[in-house]
Ligand binder design. Structure first.
Ligand code: NAP
Length: 302
């Protein structure tokens, strides 16, 4: 039996583990993939106070080391659900069960897909959701980025330094991402804006060969590319826990700054929580708040 089971060892979960251990509670992190979450894909973190120029990978290694050094345990299993019974929560995973007096759900989010036929089959065969991870495979080639948020703009900028041509395909003519990055992209000769347009078909044999694009006026064109970087946002990973936490219309856990859910003893932290700003610093902040509330809950339910 653990005092706190944390589902997800990203920045929110690892911060919660540090706070939980510093309050002398037993802590188990359950992580489905590798610790660190999506920050490990960021080559350079430039907006975390007092840690300029640290890579996302180093940040994750440091945070995990800090939590482990303090005594947090970790298992690499996929959490499938939580069952409450008599003040105890059983977290079921693909490998077994873990009992806890309190649970912090810090599962973050996963890439939103375009939902096109063959999209899954072409992952690793031309389709990628991470430019910094896979961009170098497309050195000197023509690629496309789809999306209009900060991820798409940052990806297009990064790829413009590696690739021959970068088509930036966005469904509107205005970007959600930073104007300053959009301005930088406009000055790049090898970046071609394809606006008011959606990717409507993936052209492929074994690998991706191009995309069919449909403009809002109905005009259809084909663009030859060997890579398509999909950057159309992320979806929160709360589904497995829906019966115990309230979700908003977009699937985020509806919870205030105290990270409490409708089930006493269950808390949420990080990108899967409904909030305005999703950044590394706010994920860490959630982890601290959720663990602090979990400790209060444990101390008042001894
Ligand atoms: P996002 O801000 O939600 O942007 C998603 C983009 O994809 C939007 O432009 C959206 O179009 C488009 N889109 C959504 N569904 C689509 C679909 N089915 N087909 C085509 N286009 C679709 O997501 P994000 O860029 O991943 O960013 C997530 C969060 O992380 C944001 O808060 C962002 O600011 C932050 N972030 C920050 C940085 C940074 O600070 N440098 C870097 C990366 C991410 P519409 O605009 O038309 O809705």
């Amino acid at each position: 039996m653990h005092d706190i089971v944390i589902i997800g060892a990203g920045p929110a979960g690892m911060t919660a583990a540090i706070y939980g251990r510093r309050a002398s509670k037993t802590v188990l992190m359950i992580e489905a993939k590798s610790y660190g979450g999506q920050i490990i894909n960021t080559p350079q973190i430039e907006n975390y106070p007092a840690a300029p120029n640290i890579s996302g990978y180093d940040f994750a290694v440091n945070a995990f080391g800090q939590a482990t050094e303090l005594g947090a345990e970790t298992v690499f299993e996929k959490a499938l659900g939580i069952t409450p019974h008599d003040g105890v929560f059983t977290v079921t995973t693909d490998r077994g069960e873990h009992e806890a007096r309190s649970v912090i759900i810090a599962t973050g989010s996963e890439n939103r897909k375009l939902g096109l036929p063959d999209e899954d089959r072409l992952i690793g065969r031309g389709i990628s959701y991470c430019a910094t991870c896979d961009g170098s495979f497309f050195r000197g080639k023509d690629v496309a980025v789809v999306g209009g948020g900060n991820t798409a703009l940052d990806d297009a900028l990064y790829l413009s330094q590696l690739c021959s041509k970068v088509y930036l395909i966005h469904r509107r003519d205005g970007f959600r991402g930073a104007e300053s990055t959009a301005e930088l992209l406009k000055r790049k000769e090898n970046v071609i804006f394809v606006l008011n347009s959606r990717v409507t078909r993936l052209i492929s044999e074994k690998r991706l060969q191009g995309v069919e694009v449909t403009r809002s006026d109905g005009a259809v064109t084909e663009i030859e590319v060997s890579g398509l970087f999909v950057a159309v946002g992320r979806v929160p990973e709360n589904g497995a826990f829906a019966p115990l936490i309230e979700l908003d219309g977009a699937g985020y856990a509806a919870s205030g700054e105290d990270c409490k859910t409708k089930t006493p003893g269950i808390f949420v932290a990080g990108d899967n929580r409904a909030k305005e700003v999703r950044q590394l610093v706010t994920a860490a902040s959630d982890g601290a708040a959720a663990a602090t509330e979990a400790v209060k809950y444990l101390n008042s339910n001894r």
